[in-house]
Design a protein around this ligand. Structure first.
Ligand code: ATP
Ligand code: MG
Length: 488
C-alpha cells in the first residue's frame, strides 16, 4: 500500500497545482463563511500533497455511518468537511479507529444549525458535538495562525501556553496547528482524496511520531503534547523522531501547569487503552512519569514496587485485550500503594497502630496525588476501600470470612492481595486461602474457617504470621483465572 502511496506522492508533488485532482468544491456563497485568515509570515512552510482515491487504501466503508452523515450534511450546506486525526491515521495503518473527528470550514455556530441537538463545548477550543444516532462526532472548525487573530480569540500565558485557540483559518493553517504529522491527514468523501500538508504519510510509512513545527515551542503551547507523543508512540509502536523527543526531559516539569482534571483524563488514555505497560516504560524513559505519579516514581527503586506497578499495568492491558472491565480505582490503588505502604510503615514505627496508620497514610498520599492528577470521588472511594480491606483479609475467623466475601469490594481487594503477593511485597499464602475459600462448598468453608489459626481470627499484625493460615495449598487455580482486576 505504501509503495503506491509514496510513488503517488512523488507524482503529485511534481504536478502543477491546477492539475492536482479535484479541489474541494468551493462552498456555496451563503454569506456566512468565516473569512480564512490571511497567511501569517510566521506560518510554517508546507507542501501540499493530495493522494487520489486510486492510490490509497482508505475506503468510505471503513468510516462510521455517523461520520459520513456529518460530512455529507456539511458538504450539502456548501462547506468543506474532512475526517482528520486518529480516524485517518489508524485506518491507513490497518487499525480500528476509536472515533472519527471531522474538520470543516463552517464555524461552530454554522455547523450547529445543521444538527439537531448539537452542542458547542469547550472554551479553549470551541468544538461542536454533533449527535447522530448514538454516536457523537466532534466537529472542529479549521484553526488559523495566531498572529491573524484578535486577542480575545487566541491567548497565551507567560510560559507560552495557549489559553485559547479560536482563530479560524483554512485547511492548510489547520494542518499546521495539529500536533503530529501522522495526526494531520485529511480524508474527504468529496473526491475520496487524502490531503497531507506536513509529511504525515511519509512518517506513517517510516513509523515515526514527528511534531509539526518547532517541538519546543509546540510543547510549551500545550505541555500535554509531551504525553500525546508518548501515547501514540506506544499505541502505534512508532519511534518518537529524535528532534521531537529531544526537549521532553527538560520540559517535563511544565506538566505542573496543566489542570489536574485534564491530566486525569490523559492518564486514563495513557494507561487504560491497552498499551499501559509500554507507555509506562516510555514515560519513564523520557522522565515524564515523575510528573504524573511522583509518589510512585520515588518508590520504583524498590523491586517489589516496580514489580507491582508493572504487573498492575500488564493485567490492565490483558483485561482490555480480553474485553473485560477495568476501573481506574484499581489501577490508582496499585500505583499509589507502594507509597501508602511505606508511609504506613513509617507511622507504625512511630507507634501509631496499623489501622489508623493506614488511614493516615492513605489520606496523605491521596492528597499528594490530587495536586498532579485529579481522582474523581467515584474512583478514590473504592480505591481507599481496596487498601482498607487489605488489613481485613487476614482476619477470617468466625463469620468474618463470610461477611467479607459479601462486601462489594471483596473481589477487587482479593485481586489486589494477589497482586501484592505476586510482586513479592508479601509472602504468598493468604491469597491461596481466599482462592480456595471461594471455590469451596459451604461445609468446606466452615471447616476452613475453623482451621484458621487463632491469630488469623483476631487479625495478625506481623507479616509472617499473617500468611500461616490456609489449607489446600496444592490447588493453585484461581477463580476467574488469576490476578485480575475487580469486576466493580
Ligand atoms: P485517538 O482518538 O486514537 O486517541 P486522535 O489522534 O484522534 O487519537 P484526539 O485526541 O481524538 O486524538 O484528537 C483528534 C485530533 O486533534 C488529533 O489527531 C490532532 O490532530 C488534534 N489534536 C488533539 N489534541 C491536540 C493538541 N493538544 N495539540 C494539537 N493538536 C491536537
Ligand atoms: Mg480521536
Amino acid at each position: 500500500m505504501f509503495n503506491s502511496l509514496i510513488s503517488s506522492i512523488k507524482r503529485w508533488h511534481s504536478k502543477p497545482k491546477a492539475d492536482r485532482g479535484a479541489e474541494p468544491k468551493p462552498p456555496s456563497d451563503n454569506g456566512q463563511k468565516p473569512k480564512p485568515a490571511k497567511k501569517s509570515p510566521r506560518a510554517p512552510k508546507t507542501s501540499r500533497v493530495v493522494v487520489p482515491r486510486s492510490d490509497h487504501s482508505l475506503s468510505r466503508r471503513d468510516v462510521s455511518r455517523a461520520a459520513l452523515t456529518v460530512m455529507k450534511r456539511l458538504q450539502e450546506a456548501g462547506f468543506e468537511a474532512f475526517i482528520v486525526g486518529g480516524g485517518v491515521r489508524d485506518l491507513l495503518l490497518g487499525g480500528h479507529p476509536k472515533d472519527f473527528d471531522v474538520a470543516t470550514d463552517a464555524t461552530p455556530e454554522q455547523a450547529k444549525q445543521l444538527f439537531r441537538g448539537a452542542r458547542i463545548v469547550g472554551r479553549r477550543f470551541r468544538i461542536l458535538h454533533a449527535r447522530i444516532g448514538r454516536e457523537v462526532i466532534e466537529v472542529t472548525t479549521f484553526r488559523g495562525h495566531h498572529s491573524d487573530g484578535e486577542a480575545h480569540e487566541a491567548q497565551q500565558s507567560e510560559h507560552g501556553m495557549l489559553l485559547r485557540d479560536n482563530v479560524y483559518g483554512d485547511l492548510e493553517s489547520d494542518a499546521v496547528r495539529r500536533d503530529f504529522t501522522v495526526n494531520a491527514l485529511y480524508y474527504t468523501t468529496n473526491g475520496f482524496e487524502i490531503h497531507d500538508y506536513t509529511g504525515g504519510i511519509r512518517d506513517i510509512e517510516q513509523r515515526q511520531i514527528r511534531m509539526i513545527g518547532d517541538p519546543e515551542t509546540r510543547y510549551k503551547e500545550d505541555p500535554v503534547r509531551m504525553l500525546r507523543a508518548v501515547r501514540f508512540a506506544a499505541k502505534l509502536d512508532f519511534e518518537i523522531e529524535p528532534t521531537t523527543a529531544a526537549p521532553l526531559k527538560e520540559l517535563a516539569p511544565l506538566l505542573r501547569n496543566i489542570a489536574p482534571a485534564r491530566l486525569f483524563d490523559e492518564v486514563l488514555k495513557l494507561l487504560m487503552s491497552g498499551n499501559g505497560e509500554r507507555t509506562f516504560d516510555l514515560l519513564r524513559e523520557h522522565e515524564l512519569w515523575p510528573h504524573l505519579f511522583p509518589d510512585n516514581a520515588r518508590e520504583l527503586e524498590t523491586p517489589e514496587a516496580l514489580a507491582l506497578t508493572r504487573q498492575a499495568l500488564r493485567n490492565t492491558d490483558d483485561r482490555i485485550r480480553n474485553d473485560q472491565r477495568v476501573t481506574p480505582a484499581f489501577l490508582y490503588a496499585a500505583l499509589l500503594w507502594p507509597a501508602v505502604n511505606s508511609e504506613q510503615k513509617f507511622l507504625t514505627e512511630k507507634g501509631i497502630p496499623p489501622v489508623p496508620a493506614l488511614a493516615q497514610a492513605a489520606q496523605k498520599i491521596t492528597s499528594n496525588q490530587l495536586i498532579h492528577t485529579a481522582i474523581p470521588k467515584r474512583f478514590s472511594m473504592p480505591m481507599r476501600e481496596i487498601w482498607e480491606m487489605q488489613s481485613r483479609l487476614p482476619r477470617r475467623g468466625g463469620e468474618r470470612a463470610f461477611r467479607l466475601m459479601e462486601h462489594p469490594k471483596f473481589r477487587a481487594a482479593y485481586d489486589f492481595l494477589l497482586l501484592r503477593e505476586d510482586s513479592g511485597e508479601i509472602p504468598a499464602g493468604l491469597g491461596q486461602w481466599w482462592t480456595d475459600f471461594q471455590q469451596a462448598d459451604e461445609q468446606q468453608r466452615q471447616q476452613m474457617v475453623r482451621d484458621v489459626p487463632r491469630n488469623g481470627a483476631r487479625g495478625s499484625k506481623s507479616r509472617g504470621r499473617r500468611n500461616r493460615g490456609g489449607r489446600n495449598r496444592n490447588s493453585s487455580k484461581r477463580p476467574n483465572g488469576g490476578a485480575d482486576h475487580p469486576s466493580n
